[in-house]
Structures are given as structure tokens and as C-alpha cells.
Design a protein around this ligand. Structure first.
Ligand SMILES: Cc1cc2nc3c(=O)[nH]c(=O)nc-3n(C[C@H](O)[C@H](O)[C@H](O)COP(=O)(O)OP(=O)(O)OC[C@H]3O[C@@H](n4cnc5c(N)ncnc54)[C@H](O)[C@@H]3O)c2cc1C
Length: 501
């Protein structure tokens, strides 16, 4: 049995999703000592299964969630500057359907969306005529007018890893494949027990405990000597990926007769991402998957708009995630608030902070609020800092395409598509595996689809990647180009380089 830290750390965080990693980075940057445990891979829970939007949520205006929309919209501009490599502005078009929402209501909603918080870099909304708009060509003919507005796109899983990287750079211990088992409360600290994937028991001591285990909260909170905090309501949301339905950079927001909206978003150059659903979930959190009904629902909603019709057979990939929402019994899943709630429990003994709900978009604000709630107990050495500090790999005042061009100047042998992918996935972090290379052969074996050994080695050494899934579905989306044989090849590479002394 190992006792890791004889003196207690300031914060022990359960959960390596966006909220856990965001809090870890913020706290470490304020000079606090931090340990985070994640039972699986970073972002292996909900934080890699989102629609991947940094958005205010136009739909939440209808639910009168003005506070959530305001703070989320303000955050778009902050996050764009923090991580321009993995977050980009995106224009959304909404075909107008008179029978679903009147035009005046949409105009009012968009006016509020444009003005409820300060917008500095993103253009505002406008009415569009589909006869003269690139997005119109793909829509069925009876859609003649619509609206266009701004939001942002994010690589959600990489946002988590970048926060973990920043936390580690600032001194945090980030432990993956390390499962929280139980915690015992004392007057001035917690004794915490975890188990690694190899079955090793690890013991920690911390002044404060933060439960950021997202959908697992109802389970993890039962293993703490304290009263169980408020439960989270588990609502499943699923997405499908099909060969691209359109070849322009606009995303579509489609209204459905059931009051929900579906997004159809350009994805990884060759595909369209379609989602999402809202279904109450009672199953095991380890087996979350899309159902046939959800696939049919998504196909049907999209087919009501596009000329090109899709069926189950077109689905190349799908994923499902669980929203850990604040429980509001009796409410329709689509109307339950998407805002977060931080529950601080200080009585009796060392503090426990439980994170309920939240959005990727508001993770940084959530972390700031968590730190201010905990500051009476752990006294941060520095004030809030994350609003203005970039995440690892961020380039300044250039676009990913401009950075890709710089990479090509520096490494003239690097193919254009690869420099673009590196710029959009890693930003300047790709220097970590490009530096010193003078020819393509220096990148090592091309495992498949231009995933070279140098990139895999970097991901293992620096970004906690251990398995083929970590690399293909979270550090990248190269899984879309890997069949079973290519995946076996990657697994073989991982195994062989494991054994290299
Ligand atoms: C379908 C869908 C679409 C969404 N779309 C958007 C969107 O477009 N924009 C947006 O802003 N938000 C969106 N969200 C919301 C957003 O994804 C979530 O609010 C956010 O990812 C929650 O992060 P989290 O860190 O709380 O949870 P998670 O990411 O689930 O992290 C919790 C982590 O805790 C770990 N864990 C659990 N138990 C233990 C244990 N015992 N020991 C150690 N670790 C443990 C889990 O493995 C997991 O990695 C969407 C959510 C869903 C489901």
C-alpha cells in the first residue's frame, strides 16, 4: 500500500472531464497543490460526446435561461482567444418554418442573442434568402428563407487534455486509469482511496475534495462519509456521423415539430455530424450507446430538410453521452436546465464541493466559481487568471491555416494536409514531435492514414494516451479513417514500443 503524500494536498479532484481538468488548471495556476484522478482516459465520459459547440444556446432563450445564455455567449470570445487552435468561429443557418416558430420570434431571439453580451470578434445575425446563399442549394426547394448567426466549434476532448496539460505544467498530479473508491472525512482533511487499473491501492490526503465525476456523481457520492448531495438526472444525447451532406463551411440548426432542434455540422473535412437527442437514461454508465430509434429519429429530422436523404446505412460512426443535469423531477428532458450548480458541503469537517450539470462552454467560469467557494479553506496565492492566459499550443493572432503555412515553411517536406491537421489539433504543441526532423522519414512508421510513430510517441509520452481508442477517438478523430486491420496495426505498434527498453 502506497501513501502518496504525507502532507495533504489542497485539492483532490475526482474526474478527468472538462470540469475536473478545468478546476485543476485554475487551482494549480493559483499556487494550490492539486491531485486529480480519472478512472479511465481523460475526456472518456461526457466531455468527448458533446455536440462540440461553444455556444450560448439559442434554444435556451425559449426556456428563459437568460443568465446561462449571457455568460456562455461572453465566454465564447474568451475561449476563442485561449484556444484558437481547437476552437473556431462557425456560422449557423436556420431554415425558416412558419408553422414551427413565427419569423418575428426568431428575429427577436437572434436580436437578444446578438446583444445580450458583448461581442467583439463574431459577426451578428442576419436574414438570408436561400436562392442566394451557399447553404440553400442542399435544402429542399420549399425552404426559401432563413437566418444566419454565429457560434463556435470546439474539439471537446482536446480541450480537456489541454487543461490537463496546463494543470500539470503548473504542478498538478494528473492520474489516469486511477479510480476513486472511497473517502473518509476528518475535521481538517479527507483520506481518499483509489485503485489503479492494475489493482494497486493508492491513498491520498487532501484538505478539500471535489467531486467532478459528471454522470457518475450518484455513484461516487455514495462512497464518502457525508450526506449524499443532490442527485443528477441522467439524460442521454446521441450523434451520428454520415458522409458529408454539403460542401460549404456553414452548419445547420434545424427545428423539429417536437420542439427540439438538431444540428448538422461539417465534421473532419469529409463528414457531417448530426445530433442530438434527449432521452432519460437509467442504464449502466459503462454501456451508453445510441439506440436504433435515436438513429432513425436523427435521420428523419434531417431528411425533412435536405435534398439528399439518409438512412441507417449511411451512418459511419455514432456516439452517445450522458448529460449530468440538475434534477428537476417531472420536467421534460429537453427543458431541464443546462446550467451548473456547485454544492459546497462543509459540515461537519473538511469541505466537499460537488459539481452538478454544466456545459463545456462554461467550464472556465465554473472553475473560477469553484475556486472562490473553496478559497476560505485553501487560500489561493493568486487571483483568478484563466480568462487571459492561453491554453497550451495556442498561437497568437493568426489562424490555424496561417500557422499551418508557417509549419510548411519550417518543415518543407511536411504535406499540406498534415500541417493543417497538426495546426488544428495541436497548435504549437506539434513542435513537440516535429522539432529536429528534417525529412518525412524522421516521423517514423506511417501506421495508417498518416498517423506516424512520432505523433503516437508524443501522445503517449506527453498526453496520457495509452490505448488505440485514446489516440483514435479522443486525442484525434483518426478513428474515422481506421478500419479493424489498421487499428490492430496501431495496437501492435503500441505493444511493440511498450517493450522497447
Ligand atoms: C449529447 C450532449 C451534447 C452536448 N453538447 C454540448 C455542446 O455542444 N456545448 C457545450 O458547451 N456543452 C455540451 N454538452 C454538455 C457537456 O458535454 C457536459 O456538461 C460536460 O462535458 C460535463 O463534463 P464533466 O467534466 O462534468 O463530466 P465528464 O466529462 O463525464 O467527466 C467526468 C469524469 O469522471 C470520471 N469518473 C467517474 N467516476 C470516477 C471515479 N470513481 N474515479 C475517477 N474518475 C471517475 C469519468 O470517467 C469521467 O471522465 C453536451 C452534453 C451531451 C451529453
Amino acid at each position: 500500500v502506497k501513501t502518496n503524500k504525507p502532507t495533504p494536498t489542497d485539492l483532490f479532484i475526482i474526474g478527468g472531464g472538462i470540469n475536473g481538468c478545468g478546476i485543476a488548471a485554475d487551482a494549480a495556476g493559483r499556487g494550490l497543490s492539486v491531485t486529480l484522478c480519472e478512472q479511465n482516459d481523460l475526456a472518456s465520459g461526457t466531455s468527448s460526446a458533446s455536440t462540440k459547440l461553444i455556444h450560448g444556446g439559442l434554444r435556451y432563450l425559449e426556456l428563459y435561461e437568460f443568465n446561462l445564455v449571457r455568460k456562455a455567449l461572453k465566454e465564447r470570445e474568451v475561449l476563442l482567444k485561449k484556444a484558437p487552435h481547437i476552437i473556431s468561429p462557425m456560422r449557423f443557418v436556420m431554415p425558416h418554418v412558419t408553422s414551427l416558430r413565427p419569423a418575428w420570434l426568431i428575429r427577436l431571439g437572434l436580436f437578444i442573442y446578438d446583444h445580450i453580451s458583448r461581442r467583439t470578434s463574431l459577426p451578428g445575425s442576419k436574414r438570408i434568402d436561400f436562392a442566394n446563399h451557399p447553404s440553400g442549394h442542399h435544402l429542399q426547394q420549399h425552404y426559401d428563407v432563413g437566418f444566419e448567426y454565429s457560434d463556435c466549434w470546439v474539439d471537446d476532448a482536446r480541450l480537456v487534455v489541454l487543461n490537463a496539460l496546463q494543470a500539470r505544467e503548473l504542478g498538478a498530479d494528473i492520474l489516469t486509469r486511477c479510480c476513486f473508491k472511497d473517502a473518509k472525512r476528518h475535521d481538517d482533511h479527507w483520506d481518499i482511496r483509489c485503485e489503479t487499473q492494475d489493482g494497486e491501492q493508492r491513498h491520498f490526503r487532501a484538505r478539500t475534495l471535489i467531486n467532478a465525476s459528471g454522470p457518475w456523481i450518484n455513484q461516487t457520492s455514495q462512497h464518502m462519509t457525508t450526506e449524499t448531495p443532490r442527485q443528477v438526472r441522467l439524460v442521454k444525447g446521441s450523434h451520428i456521423i454520415v458522409p458529408k451532406l454539403f460542401d460549404h463551411p456553414y452548419a445547420y440548426i434545424l427545428q423539429n415539430p417536437d420542439g427540439r432542434i438538431i444540428f448538422a455540422i461539417p465534421f473532419e473535412n469529409k463528414y457531417t455530424l448530426i445530433g442530438t437527442t434527449d432521452v432519460d437514461y437509467q442504464g449502466a454508465l459503462e454501456d451508453v450507446a445510441i439506440s436504433d430509434e435515436e438513429i432513425d429519429y436523427l435521420c428523419k429530422q434531417v431528411n425533412a430538410y435536405f435534398k439528399h436523404q439518409i438512412t441507417r446505412r449511411d451512418v459511419i460512426w455514432h456516439y452517445a453521452g450522458i448529460r449530468p443535469l440538475l434534477d428537476e423531477p417531472g420536467k421534460d428532458p429537453k427543458t431541464v436546465s443546462r446550467d451548473y450548480h456547485l454544492a459546497l458541503d462543509t459540515d461537519p469537517g473538511a469541505p466537499l464541493l460537488t459539481v452538478h450539470g454544466g456545459k463545456i462552454t462554461t467550464y472556465r467560469l465554473l472553475a473560477e466559481e469553484a475556486l472562490s467557494l473553496l478559497s476560505p479553506f485553501v487560500t489561493p496565492h493568486k487571483p483568478a487568471w484563466t480568462a487571459t492566459q492561453p491554453l497550451p499550443g495556442a498561437f497568437k493572432e493568426i489562424s490555424p491555416t496561417e500557422y499551418a503555412a508557417k509549419l510548411q515553411q519550417q518543415y518543407p517536406w511536411l504535406p499540406k494536409h498534415l500541417s493543417q491537421r497538426y495546426a488544428e489539433h495541436y497548435g504549437t504543441l506539434c513542435e513537440g514531435f516535429l522539432r529536429g526532423k528534417t525529412q518525412a522519414a524522421d516521423l517514423g512508421e506511417n501506421i495508417h492514414a498518416d498517423l506516424f510513430a512520432a505523433e503516437v510517441d508524443y501522445l503517449r509520452e506527453h498526453e496520457w494516451a495509452q490505448t488505440a481508442d485514446d489516440i483514435l477517438w479522443r486525442r484525434s478523430k483518426l478513428g474515422l479513417q481506421f478500419d479493424a486491420e489498421a487499428t490492430t496495426q496501431l495496437e501492435a505498434y503500441l505493444k511493440s514500443s511498450d517493450q522497447t527498453p
